[in-house]
Write a protein that binds this ligand. Structure first.
Ligand code: PYC
Length: 315
């Protein structure tokens, strides 16, 4: 069995798009196809993103026919832990891949609409070649939730930006690449504590927190730097577009960023997304737009040899 893929990176974070030989997920909504990917084709998810072909950092994407008549494609993102609701860096990577395949023009203003399991998003080519994603509606559900750890008390906002985020400012750590090990450990402890509180009924949030976002001051002329722990334990090399969307929802709710004003979010490696928001239909809900750049890094055919004990990845 072979699967043809195109690899790219968006501000440092990789995306692998399946362009041939992907799973037959049938018809139905993109959300139901995402469930089918998990329940019936998980071995293909792991084959594509796990070692020895992939790594814990890689986000995979499978293109599907659109669910809505106004859309061009459907897309389902996945990583080492499972299927993702949305992925902004991945959407920028998919748009860059479609340009590479000649399915999306590079003319500024050209756009493409993609159905995801959590709603439609639109990617638009910018005048400088960057790609902007108008993301799904985003909002904050809880503010300054106390999270007691062994060695410190932190406070988390909880917000949806296409995935669920806990956003923390008062963690007391420097957001520096050299400290990525300590940041991973701290963010993992915060996520464990929040999800344990949820299970014993004392949590501030009904569903699992999948990503943890630690903030610090920018090093450049941006507005903030983040460290984002993803569901499978890797940290996002990009500034995390769904996380930046969650941040914009919090800034808007706090009256700290006006509608249309630009927020520059730096990642732990120093790469950047710029983001802004417009008001959504419900009070407190924003529609974020996140912009960044992506580059093609490879095109290959993955071979799944029936004799290879690790053809479905190292689990
Ligand atoms: O950019 O939304 C994002 C993202 C989610 C996980 C990794 N990147």
């Amino acid at each position: 069995m072979s699967i043809r893929v195109i690899d790219s990176h968006t501000e440092g974070e990789p995306t692998r798009v399946i362009v041939e030989g992907g799973p037959d997920l049938g018809d139905g909504s993109i959300a139901s196809q995402a469930e089918r990917l998990s329940s019936e084709f998980d071995h293909l998810r792991t084959a594509v993103v796990l070692e020895p072909r992939g790594s814990e950092v890689l986000v995979g994407a499978v293109l599907r026919p659109p669910e809505n008549s106004a859309s061009d494609f459907g897309v389902i993102f996945f990583n080492n832990a499972g299927v993702l609701g949305m992925c902004v860096h991945g959407t920028i990577g998919v748009a860059r891949t479609l340009q590479h395949l000649g399915k999306l023009s590079s003319r500024p203003g050209e756009s493409i609409r993609l159905d995801t399991p959590v709603g439609p998003v639109t990617a638009t080519i910018g005048p400088d070649g960057s790609i902007s994603v108008e993301n799904v509606p985003s909002w904050r559900t809880a503010q300054r939730v106390p999270v007691q750890l062994d060695d410190r008390l932190v406070h988390a906002d909880i917000a949806w930006g296409g995935n669920w985020f806990a956003l923390i400012d008062d963690h007391g750590e420097a957001i520096e690449f050299e400290r990525r090990g300590a940041l991973t450990e701290l963010a993992s402890r915060i996520r464990r504590a929040m999800n344990a509180a949820r299970q014993d009924g004392t949590g501030a949030h009904a569903g699992p927190i999948d990503h943890v976002e630690l903030f610090g001051p920018p090093t450049d002329d941006g507005h903030g730097r983040n460290f984002v722990l993803c569901p499978g334990g890797a940290f996002d090399r990009s500034p995390c577009g769904t996380g930046t969307s969650a941040k914009l929802a919090c800034l808007a709710a706090d009256g700290r960023l006006a509608e249309g004003a630009v927020w520059i979010q730096e990642s732990i490696i120093g790469s950047r997304f710029s983001g802004s928001w417009r008001a959504g239909e419900e009070p407190g809900v924003v529609i974020p737009t996140i912009s960044g750049r992506a580059w093609i890094t490879g095109e290959s055919t993955l071979h799944l040899d029936p004799d290879d004990p690790y053809r479905f990845g190292i689990l």
